[in-house]
Structure formats: C-alpha cells, structure tokens
Design a protein around this ligand. Structure first.
Ligand SMILES: [Zn+2]
Length: 149
C-alpha cells in the first residue's frame, strides 16, 4: 500500500513523541526528587553533628551540579514541548524539511535533520582545519535561547 496517510502517521508520531517527552520530564523530576531525598536520608543516618562543615559544603556542591545538569535537560524538554505546541517540532531548523522519525525517536531534542547535521559537522571540521586557533562556529548556536553574554 502506498503511504497515502503520511500526514496522519506523522500526527500520531508527534503525539507519541509528546507523550514520551512528558514522561521523560516526569521521570527527571521524580529522579532528582529521589536523589535529593536519598542524600538527605544518608545525612540523617550519620547524624548531623557528626558532619563537619567541609563535607556539608561538598554535598551542597554535588546538589548544585546535579540540579544544574537536570535543569538543563528539563529545559531541553520544555523547549521541545514548546516547539510541539507551535508546530515547529520535528522540522529541520536548517532546511525546513521534516526530520525522520527514527532520528527523532533516538534524539528527541534534535532541531536538525541528519543531512544538515552532517553538513554542519563537516563545515565545523573544515573551519577548524583552516583557522585552527580561532574556533569560530558559524552555524549551529544561532538559537535565541543561547544568550550567554
Ligand atoms: Zn535539514
């Protein structure tokens, strides 16, 4: 049978992806909750008075790094969900074509199709070869959400 209902399939696929992303996010929240609770429990077991300042300080640092990394991931999920809501999810940022479903399944946060990604990587490599010291990324991080100044 020819793929006459391709659009319908895509819609179903996107619904599935949406479900997967929401689950991923819930899992992330549950995991970081569990981690924090486990750490707090461990502290309690040893008795807070046996705890010196240095290790308390270290724990705080671990917590900070952990939540930072998890926050970044949760940001990616939110980003993908937002793109879904506005209908731009699964569309290549570079060429505007639909990104293959198996690619989206493997890389749910990707914003580029495989061809464009490869082009970009090739370009980055070439660029690096030509002006080695000066790493200048022309493509890629042109997203508005990367405002690190
Ligand atoms: Zn593309």
């Amino acid at each position: 049978m020819p793929k006459k209902s391709a659009a319908g399939n895509r819609k179903k696929f996107l619904t599935d992806q949406h479900k997967a992303l929401v689950e991923l996010k819930n899992k992330l929240i549950a995991e970081s909750d569990a981690e924090l609770r486990a750490e707090r429990e461990a502290n309690k077991d040893e008795g807070m008075d046996a705890y010196d300042l240095a290790s308390e300080e270290r724990d705080r640092e671990i917590n900070f790094i952990l939540s930072d990394r998890e926050r970044a991931k949760s940001q990616q999920i939110d980003d993908a969900l937002a793109r879904m809501a506005e209908g731009s999810y699964g569309i290549c940022d570079s060429c505007g074509l639909e990104i293959a479903e198996e690619r989206l399944r493997a890389l749910p946060f990707t914003r580029m199709c495989r061809d464009c990604q490869q082009d970009q990587e090739r370009e980055a490599r070439t660029q690096r070869r030509y002006d080695d010291g000066r790493t200048y990324r022309k493509l890629g991080s042109t997203d508005a959400d990367e405002e690190t100044q």
